[in-house]
Design a protein around this ligand. Structure first.
Ligand SMILES: NC(=O)c1ccc[n+]([C@@H]2O[C@H](COP(=O)([O-])OP(=O)(O)OC[C@H]3O[C@@H](n4cnc5c(N)ncnc54)[C@H](O)[C@@H]3O)[C@@H](O)[C@H]2O)c1
Length: 463
């Protein structure tokens, strides 16, 4: 690995600074605004997890209006993923991508090598499967790095408790941390949230979230083929395995759950749910095909979530809310644009049928700015201006509430927020010790299939 001169500081000096940051959060607080002053103000970025979202997040970081930024290191566990990501970014971002061969790292320890290329105050992007989030975040904090990490940021009770503590530690050290629940940065939804708070549709009494579409990503997994280890198969197809991602439930449904909780301005206190499998062919992953969840807030308000990955069925990808004086479309087709709007009656729906009932809709173009880009503008602005910025608690709560609905469906029990938070089943306790040749955290059962949730039979653990 080479020294990466930037902002006129050598790596040796940077490492000295790292030690200081580790002991003195007040020093970090003082140092941050000075680092980004003047001409030498390029924020360096390292990418850990060079897949689809990681590549997109790096591009958003490099294109942010609050640059200049530069990508200087990349880490992954599959060489082809890193190669493709580098190819895309270097073709499209030119000199902002400065990642020579000796700053490209492949291994389960590659995240450390990539972060070692940064200096305190730079940014690391954590976009691996969520299972690794707490381990990578721990190292980022020790290096005094600002962080952008993708959702979900935890998959179970123990990793949520750990993440909440890490979030506090990052706060003490004045590190800025963004969490990829980008809808929270959507200006249109932000405007609508204020209108709801102002009482335009009265008190919210019901929310509805839908994510029903064909099987996508690695929702389904057949038995492992030859030529890849069990561990790497599970890491690659992380949506199929609860330890790696929280399954399709946590990975797919968190945004709709989170935006509903945002509008309600609260987290639900318990969940009851049903779910099951219908057509599996030769798939042996841990996901259910359908989930139907009733979340309850402290004031009795319900949030109903319908999740389905199935071909040939009605498709819906939206969040809606109902109040005592009207209703709201929070999002109408995927995450962006939101097309959010308020109606004078209960006709909130995704179609165009009830245009005449609209009493407010998001304004012209600007309020529908790309939230994936806006979240980077906000994070980089906070870094440059040394504003408090830490989305970890909210990200961990959203991840936990999502897991609460999933556990209710998988066990067939009512699960409360506190039960989920204090649940002792940690899916992959040694995820920070994995090596390329380690056994996988999930082993096949004697029938040659992965252990499955069995509601009503396995009631304390999800599998
Ligand atoms: N905010 C959003 O709308 C959004 C959209 C897509 C994905 N995501 C999130 O981003 C994350 C990544 O999803 P994706 O779709 O990019 O998946 P992906 O498979 O395309 O990318 C993940 C990458 O991480 C690599 N990786 C796995 N384990 C690693 C490790 N221990 N160290 C280093 N690299 C490792 C993989 O090889 C792969 O290249 C997930 O948490 C997902 O939920 C968020």
């Amino acid at each position: 690995m080479t020294d990466t001169p930037s902002r006129g500081v050598t790596r040796r000096e940077a490492l000295k600074t790292t030690g200081k940051v580790a002991v003195a959060s007040t020093l970090a607080a003082l140092a941050t605004p000075q680092i980004y002053a003047g001409e030498k103000n390029t924020i360096q970025v390292a990418l850990v997890g060079c897949g689809g979202r990681g590549t997109g997040a790096a591009e958003d970081a490099l294109r942010s209006k609050n640059g200049p930024t530069k990508l200087v290191a990349m880490a992954d566990v599959f060489p082809n993923r890193l190669k493709d990501s580098y190819g895309h970014l270097s073709r499209n971002l030119g000199q902002q991508v400065d990642v020579p061969e000796d700053r490209k790292f492949i291994d389960f320890n590659a995240y450390k090598n990539a972060m070692d290329c940064l200096r305190p105050g730079d940014v690391v992007i954590l976009t691996t499967p969520p299972a690794f989030r707490w381990a990578h975040f721990t190292y980022a904090i020790s290096k005094g790095l600002n962080v952008f990490m993708e959702k979900p940021i935890t998959v179970d009770g123990p990793s949520t408790r750990r993440m909440l503590k890490l979030g506090e530690e990052a706060k003490k050290r004045n590190l800025k941390v963004g969490v990829g629940l980008m809808c929270r940065h959507c200006p249109a939804r932000g405007e609508m949230f204020k209108k709801i708070k102002d009482g335009l549709i009265g008190d919210l009494t019901l929310l509805r979230a839908y994510r029903q579409h064909n099987p996508v990503a690695f929702f389904l997994s057949p038995p492992k083929p030859a030529g890849i280890s069990e561990l790497m198969y599970q890491v690659q197809r992380f949506h199929s395995f609860l330890w790696a991602s929280g399954g399709c439930y946590s990975d797919f449904y968190i945004h709709n759950i989170d935006e509903c909780c945002w509008m309600k301005d609260a987290w639900p206190v318990e969940a009851r749910a049903a779910g099951g499998r219908h057509y599996r062919d030769n798939s042996i992953d841990q996901n259910f095909d359908v989930y139907s969840v009733e979340y309850t807030f402290a004031d009795g308000t319900k949030l109903l979530l319908e999740g389905r990955c199935m071909n040939g069925c009605d498709q819906q990808f939206a969040s809606l809310a109902h109040g005592t004086k009207g209703s709201a479309v929070i999002s109408s087709n995927s995450h962006w644009p939101s097309s959010c709007r308020l109606l004078k009656n209960q006709h909130a729906s995704t179609g165009r049928k009830y245009q005449k009932d609209i009493i407010w809709k998001c304004g012209p173009e600007k309020s529908e700015d790309n939230p994936y880009r806006v979240e980077w503008d906000h994070l980089l602005e906070a870094i440059r201006q040394d504003k408090p910025y830490n989305e970890v608690e909210r990200g961990a709560q959203a991840s936990l509430v999502t897991a609460m609905g999933r556990m209710a469906a998988h066990t067939g029990q009512v699960v409360s927020y506190d039960q989920m938070l204090n649940c002792e089943h940690e899916f992959a306790p040694d995820v920070d010790k994995l090596k390329m040749d380690s056994p996988a955290p999930l082993q096949l059962s004697s029938d040659g299939k992965y252990p499955m949730p069995e509601p009503g039979r396995k009631t304390k653990r999800e599998y």
